[in-house]
Design a protein around this ligand. Structure first.
Ligand SMILES: NC(=O)c1ccc[n+]([C@@H]2O[C@H](COP(=O)([O-])OP(=O)(O)OC[C@H]3O[C@@H](n4cnc5c(N)ncnc54)[C@H](OP(=O)(O)O)[C@@H]3O)[C@@H](O)[C@H]2O)c1
Length: 292
């Protein structure tokens, strides 16, 4: 390990923060830590990291402060007492929260002379810094450029723009895809499970279906961007009937119907709004209804 790299501070040592620290240490960055529960730092200190006695000491140790916390409230709880140490620092907050809370945090840090780089890590903790990993960032361009070589250790940095909310929006948007898909996998397993079929037997077909959904991504984006939903190959009416059948099959099997009912509701409301003969992509008009 070399020790001539830029120092970095990591605050928050859940599975994600710990993975980040190990990557920084492996890349030779002098790494300072602070965590509310001190014992979570023990193994990392043994591996070469430096334990700060307080958040203020942790902040003072490096120009770049990486936060990996449950939410943005934790940032206030920790850095609220850091005082003047924050001035001149770049805080890369890689914690999940709402876009609004992210913008508020940028203002809060600016009042203390610090800059916020908001971020969203797009891989699970064991994949941080590994091949294919990437992290969204947004905030002041010069702050990103200054620390990009250090942040690259965590995965390919993907800068989305000045507005700090952008990284959070990209993160939430993709997690909406991910969480919905994962919940769908479980609904699928429960459906075949109701007939005694194992999830393992279904699994190859689940992978095929997710691949099929991925193939629709570009066409879906085109329809959405053009607000045009040609229904020549599939319609809301046809897909909506299937959505009804999934609810009926789930209910008949005694399963929870919340997930299929949410999807069914989108189809029903699209039909009610006159999109029955349009492509299923016209559900977008239901989803953005408050903008119209
Ligand atoms: N885990 C993943 O695979 C993954 C993947 C992508 C993104 N992320 C995001 O990365 C962030 C961290 O994830 P994680 O899995 O490491 O989360 P976690 O296990 O929940 O760890 C959260 C950290 O936040 C600290 N914390 C929470 N509330 C606090 C408070 N009020 N005051 C002080 N410290 C507080 C915890 O301190 P204590 O140790 O004292 O409890 C811990 O260090 C989250 O925003 C998550 O959405 C995680």
């Amino acid at each position: 390990m070399t020790t001539n790299e830029t120092p970095v501070t990591v605050i928050g040592l859940g599975p994600m923060g710990q993975a980040m620290v190990r990557k920084f240490l492996a890349a030779g960055h002098p790494t300072t830590l602070w965590n509310r529960t001190p014992s979570r730092a023990n193994a990392l200190v043994d591996a070469g990291a430096v334990r700060a006695a307080s958040p203020a000491e942790a902040v003072a140790a490096s120009g770049l402060i990486v936060l990996s916390l449950t939410d943005y409230q934790a940032m206030y709880d920790i850095l609220g007492g850091a005082g003047p140490a924050l001035a001149g620092r770049v805080v890369a907050n890689l914690s999940s929260d709402s876009p609004q809370k992210t913008r508020e945090a940028a203002a809060w840090l600016a009042e203390r002379g610090a800059q916020l780089l908001a971020g969203g890590v797009m891989v699970p903790a064991p994949m941080v810094g590994e091949e294919g990993s990437y992290v969204f960032y947004s905030g002041p361009r010069e702050a990103f450029d200054a620390h990009e070589p250090t942040l690259r250790v965590l995965g390919r940095p993907d800068y989305r723009g000045d507005d700090p909310a952008l990284a959070q929006l990209f993160y939430q948007a993709l997690l909406a895809v991910f969480l919905s898909t994962l919940a769908g996998e479980l609904q699928a397993a429960a459906l075949v499970g109701s007939a005694g079929v194992s999830a393992k037997e279904l699994s190859p077909y689940v992978k095929d279906t997710i691949g099929l959904a991925a193939m629709f991504a570009d066409e879906t984006a085109r329809h959405v961007d053009e607000r045009s939903y040609p229904g020549d190959l599939s319609t809301v009416t046809m897909m909506g009937a299937t959505a009804d059948h999934i609810v009926a099959a789930s209910a008949a099997a005694g399963l929870d119907t919340a997930l299929p009912e949410a999807v069914q509701s989108l189809y029903a409301r699209a039909i009610a709004a006159g999109h029955g003969k349009d492509n299923w992509t016209s559900l977008y008009e239901v989803i953005i209804r408050s903008e119209r």
